[in-house]
Design a protein around this ligand. Structure first.
Ligand code: ADP
Ligand code: MG
Length: 385
């Protein structure tokens, strides 16, 4: 397929009859480690993918916004009325209207604009196509309007677009990753303080790569199960008398677990507390340049999600087991669970063999074939031209 930036520009020219004033790209992301820690005020460690969403854009007079997406070959148009309050634009256009609404709500004078969107980020696979779309649109509008909104304040705004305008309850990770990630680095994010730190994660220099397997597993009951996990964590924190599970250190874990009578809550708490520690351990290894050694932490994270948090499904476990058996240094489900993607840390020259092994294991169990892509950590939202 043609390059995504080309497709966005071509879409713009076809739709609006002239070239765009510029193009802005924002990446999908995966979370290297730190699952279900975000709403427990803990730590996450996403990195940006080389898969991107591109917005080709130019200004237009008045408070009018027109956006076309290659995805459905549809155009959505809205004006000041539709962005006066959340909910007036629905469907995919809501992500774009939400960004305009959030900017205006924060007092910015948002320029009218025409946009054309193309994307290589698969939708709904857990790679955060929604944040990539928000970030591409947001950075385009900020630049077109010369708005005073530094990068560190942009994730919060994109998150508001998604939480309040679209109505999807997400944490700050996806938007932070889409906007703030750096090439060759992972983004260490403290979900309590929202402070970020760029952690060297140069897989290429280490002769490694990350295989991302799309499990193609249907998201079974994901929303209800997610809500139930959050409730368990809140109940655990309340019982332990802490503001959030982040406040339970791994050295106090045994004492804390002994105070919980419900075995299910105990397992949920154990996952969150040990997962926070695995993020810290991963960050420490990466800071020390010991990239290869993070493999066992990734696998331990998976085991914890499978056995304690109980959010994996057979397709996902099959992919992890097959990748490890084929020589991956570590493997885990990434994302909220009940489907989505698996990450496998592999020797760069073994990526295809590991992918083949996963495909073969799927075939043996009669699952529909998985998708896969090999990636290196990429940069966050940026203007292309
Ligand atoms: P994820 O972020 O994991 O991919 P979400 O359900 O959060 O899944 O977001 C997917 C939604 O975002 C899509 O259903 C669509 O409404 C919107 N979206 C994302 N990328 C695009 C795009 N390139 N064009 C149009 N809509 C998009
Ligand atoms: Mg999303």
């Amino acid at each position: 397929m043609t390059d995504v930036a080309e497709r966005a520009a071509a879409g713009f020219r076809t739709r609006y009859g002239e070239p765009p004033a510029g193009r802005w790209a924002a990446p999908g992301r995966v979370n290297l480690i730190g699952e279900h820690t975000d709403y427990n005020d803990g730590f996450v460690l996403p990195f940006a993918l080389p898969l991107r969403t591109v917005a080709a854009a130019a200004g237009q007079d008045g408070a009018r916004w027109t956006v076309w997406s290659e995805l459905s070959d549809e155009t959505v148009t809205f004006g000041a009325d539709e962005v006066a309050e959340p909910g007036r634009v629905t469907g995919w256009g809501a992500y774009v209207a939400g960004v305009v609404w959030a900017l205006r709500d924060a007092g910015h004078d948002v320029p009218g604009a025409r946009l054309a969107i193309a994307s290589d980020v698969p939708l709904g696979a857990g790679l955060s196509s929604s944040a990539a779309l928000e970030a591409a649109v947001l950075t385009a509008l900020v630049d077109l309007g010369g708005l005073d909104l530094p990068a560190e304040r942009q994730p919060r705004l994109a998150q508001r677009a998604e939480n309040v305008y679209v109505g999807a309850p997400t944490g700050i990770m996806d938007q932070s990753a889409a906007i703030r990630c750096r090439d060759g680095h992972a983004l260490f994010l403290d979900c309590r303080t929202e402070e970020v730190e760029h952690i060297p994660f140069d897989l290429h220099a280490a002769g490694l790569a990350m295989l991302v397997v799309d499990s193609h597993a249907p998201h079974r009951h994901a929303d209800g199960e997610y809500a139930a996990r959050r409730r368990s964590c809140e109940a655990g924190a309340a019982r332990l008398g802490v503001p959030a599970l982040r406040d339970v250190g791994v050295d106090q874990l045994d004492t804390a677990l002994a105070r919980l009578d419900d075995p299910e809550t105990r397992r949920r708490v154990r996952h969150v507390v040990t997962e926070d520690q695995r993020v810290l351990d991963t960050v420490a290894l990466l800071r020390a340049g010991r990239v290869r050694e993070i493999g066992p932490l990734l696998t331990a994270s998976h085991v914890s999600m499978r056995d304690d948090f109980e959010i994996t499904v057979p397709e996902i476990d099959t992919a992890v087991e097959a990748a490890l058996a084929a020589g991956a240094l570590g493997a885990r489900m990434t994302g909220g669970g009940f489907g989505g993607c698996v990450l496998a840390l592999v020797e760069a020259d073994a990526a295809e063999a590991v992918a083949d092994a996963v495909t073969a294991a799927y075939a043996e169990k009669g699952f529909p074939a998985p998708g896969h892509v090999t990636v290196l950590p990429a940069g966050g939202a940026t203007r292309l031209d």
